[in-house]
Design a protein around this ligand. Structure first.
Ligand SMILES: C[S@@+](CC[C@H](N)C(=O)[O-])C[C@H]1O[C@@H](n2cnc3c(N)ncnc32)[C@H](O)[C@@H]1O
Length: 267
């Protein structure tokens, strides 16, 4: 399935030893991350509070690094452009209304905002630090007249958003940092805010082996797990094969509301 390499368990001892031997120069940085992980986990039992603290720590160094592994401005722009071009190829038009979950510092959002009519972009994020960096991006790009909404969220119930409003909901590199209960909360509520015919695209770190996590930051899921979870909330899933051809290590799934919003199990 696709051009990516989804098989490896990055939390396994064998993988970690092989990785350390191949990239000895990366060991100190990983050790620092592991120490931070342990400390922040001690301070914050709740995942959202924990991840907000991770983002605060990363954003204090560089907003670009906080939303991607490679901090270079070119890489930041390239990944944003890839998300944008993909959705435009899939029919994103200026009159559409878009919700971006985990908008970060608008790596892709700046392009969506520019493309959409004023007020049609709504970005939410759990991190106040990254939302301030998002405002910097807006100013730098001169996008003030597009009046995008940028809102701090504490969960993914989307309770403050209207029914049937968004043609496109987009979450890039968010579920790769989310435990199952956070994803499930999103699936339980996203159908309500989707406009008729709308869809929800999200990326995830895919494994075809055992599901696992690296520290409390990176989560690897099997496609079937997410497809099955979505079905419980009346959402049908399509694995996006054309995304697999792009140079990005995550995979993408598109969810749409089932015609009768049939659920196998209710929330
Ligand atoms: C790796 S960054 C990607 C940002 C953006 N999607 C992009 O592609 O540039 C992940 C972002 O998702 C946010 N995030 C993580 N978990 C979230 C959640 N449960 N709800 C909303 N935002 C979340 C983080 O604060 C961060 O800004």
């Amino acid at each position: 399935m696709g051009a990516k390499e989804p098989g490896r368990n990055r939390a396994g001892l064998a993988y970690r030893v092989r990785y350390a031997l191949r990239h000895p120069e990366r060991v100190p940085a990983h050790a620092r991350r592991a120490l931070r992980d342990a400390w922040l986990r001690l301070l914050h039992r709740d995942h959202i509070a924990y991840y907000r603290a991770v983002m605060a720590s990363d954003a204090a160094r560089s907003a670009e690094a906080a939303v991607g592994h490679n901090p270079s401005r070119e890489q930041w722009a390239r990944i944003g452009r890839m998300q944008f071009d993909y959705l435009v190829r899939h029919g994103l038009k200026p009159h559409h209304r878009m919700l971006e979950i985990g908008c970060g510092n608008l790596r892709a959002g700046r392009l969506f905002i520019d493309h959409l009519e004023p007020g049609h972009y709504y970005g939410i994020d759990i991190s106040p630090h990254i939302l301030l960096a998002a405002q910097d991006t807006l100013v730098r790009e001169g996008l003030q007249a597009k009046l995008p909404h940028l809102t701090l969220a504490n969960d993914l119930t989307l309770a403050f958003l209207p029914d049937g409003h968004f043609d496109v909901v987009h979450a890039h590199s968010v579920f790769s940092h989310s435990p199952r209960h956070v994803i499930e909360e999103c699936f339980a509520h996203v159908g309500r805010v989707l406009a008729p015919g709308g869809f929800f695209d999200f990326t995830f770190d895919r494994t075809e082996g055992e599901e696992h996590q690296v520290l409390h930051e990176d989560f690897y899921y099997r496609t079937e797990t997410l497809v099955g979870l979505a079905a419980r909330y009346g959402l049908s899933a399509r694995f996006m094969d054309d995304w697999e051809e792009l140079p990005h290590r995550q995979s993408k799934i598109r969810l749409t509301a089932m015609p009768d919003r049939a659920r196998t199990v209710g929330p």
